[in-house]
Design a protein. Structure first.
Length: 403
């Protein structure tokens, strides 16, 4: 269903003169009336007024190639690229080269793993591209792809420059002018969780930190900011701290979900979240699971929910952004295939200790201690990455030619 909704959304964004209604199993999923001459009204219908208000118009021409549409300011982001919609001469397409050109224009302005919202129509002479490269005509091949993507890049860059200047003037110099402003604020809001909210909240230790078991290991330090190093009696341990934090939080979430013991921390001020048609479908499918996990929200008008509480296991930072990313990042087919565990994995990834945050030696001991008690079949993060590399003395001897 999400794929159908995504396709209809893609078409509706480039045909503002038409009204669109999607009915699924007899129930209206969404309705967007004609908005000819007012494309931002259609964007507001589908993405919400917060995004529509933050959109900047793109109008750029270079010879016989034009780029038109709207892009979001760098401080309005999503957790995936599904809100990037492309058309060629009004035909909705999926074109990686154009998407790459758009992302390249945002380079240095977005936090890691965040994406803009974009509705971009590239207008070119019909003899400059071929539509017969995909059975569903969903892809095109440009005769001179470098020229076209270069024009797209320039058009997006100029529009962004104007948007940044305007928003900086309105919001103040600290708004969105560089990654050291908004994106670093985003990183701080996430990385600040690591000391108290995650590693010290990862559950009671099953091994006495001061006991004999942990005395076999010695904290060495870091390689860069991603990998914690410990030495044992005969081995060296290299730990991926982000992947390990994912696994530890995932295990906690699974435990409270399966036991039905989740607790809710109530938000002092409830927060509204806009429901696009795709978000609404996903939420209706997993709502009971989210509530069992500790989420609390109510309907708030036709296209909003009011977030009143979040699971007590999660730190109180970016709670709206997390729920939006869950609803944006998962489709119903994937949830049907993997069940609630793909939702828990998504939460774990977003709210785990970031890979660019160094722990103190005491925190690292607690962190490594929790890793040691994991059974062998849980020595990978929920997405399949290894948590730890063990290098034995024998392997070192072999590497240095001593055996």
């Amino acid at each position: 269903m999400n794929k159908i909704t995504h396709l209809i959304t893609h078409i509706a964004l480039f045909y503002n003169s038409l009204s669109f209604e999607l009915v699924i199993n007899g129930a209206r999923s969404f309705y967007s009336p004609s908005s000819e001459g007012e494309p931002l009204v259609r964007i507001a219908d589908l993405f919400g007024y917060e995004i529509a208000d933050a959109m900047t118009e793109v109008i750029h021409r270079d010879g016989d190639v034009r780029v038109e549409g709207f892009i979001s300011a760098p401080d309005i982001t999503r957790g995936n690229g599904r809100n990037m919609y492309i058309a060629v001469n009004g035909r909705p397409v999926n074109d990686r080269e154009i998407i790459y050109a758009i992302l390249n224009a945002y380079k240095g302005l977005l936090p890691d793993r965040r994406y803009p919202t974009a509705v971009v129509n590239v207008i070119v002479p019909t003899d400059m591209y071929d539509v017969n490269v995909h059975p569903r005509k969903s892809e095109v091949r440009f005769r001179d792809v470098r020229r076209v993507t270069g024009i797209v890049y320039k058009g997006i860059s100029r529009a962004l420059s104007s948007a940044i200047k305007f928003r900086s003037a309105v919001l103040g110099a600290s708004s969105i002018s560089s990654p050291s402003s908004k994106s670093s604020t985003f990183r701080k809001s996430e990385t600040a969780l690591s000391r108290e909210d995650l590693t010290l909240k990862s559950g009671e230790s099953h091994i006495d930190v001061n006991g004999d078991s942990l005395r076999e290991y010695k904290y060495v330090g870091y390689i860069g900011k991603k990998y914690v190093i410990y030495s044992g009696r005969d081995d060296l341990y290299i730990v991926d701290q982000h992947a390990t934090a994912e696994r530890l939080l995932f295990n906690q979430l699974v435990s409270v979900y399966e036991s039905g013991s989740a607790k809710t921390q109530v938000l002092l001020i409830p927060k509204p979240i806009y429901l696009s048609p795709e978000r609404e479908q996903t939420l209706s499918f997993i709502r009971a699971d989210l509530e069992r996990l500790g989420y609390d929200f109510d309907e708030f008008g036709d296209k909003f929910i009011l977030l009143r509480g979040i699971p007590s296991l999660l730190p109180r930072h970016e709670e709206v952004l997390l729920l939006e990313d869950i609803l944006d990042g998962l489709d119903i087919d994937r949830i049907k295939e993997r069940g609630i565990y793909c939702v828990l994995a998504e939460i774990s990834c977003h709210k785990s200790l970031r890979s660019d945050r160094r722990l103190s030696p005491e925190e690292a001991d607690k962190f490594f201690n929790d890793l040691l008690v994991l059974p062998d079949d849980q020595r990978r993060c929920p997405h399949g990455r290894r948590l730890m590399m063990v290098i034995s003395e024998e392997e070192m001897d072999r590497y240095f030619g001593r055996r």
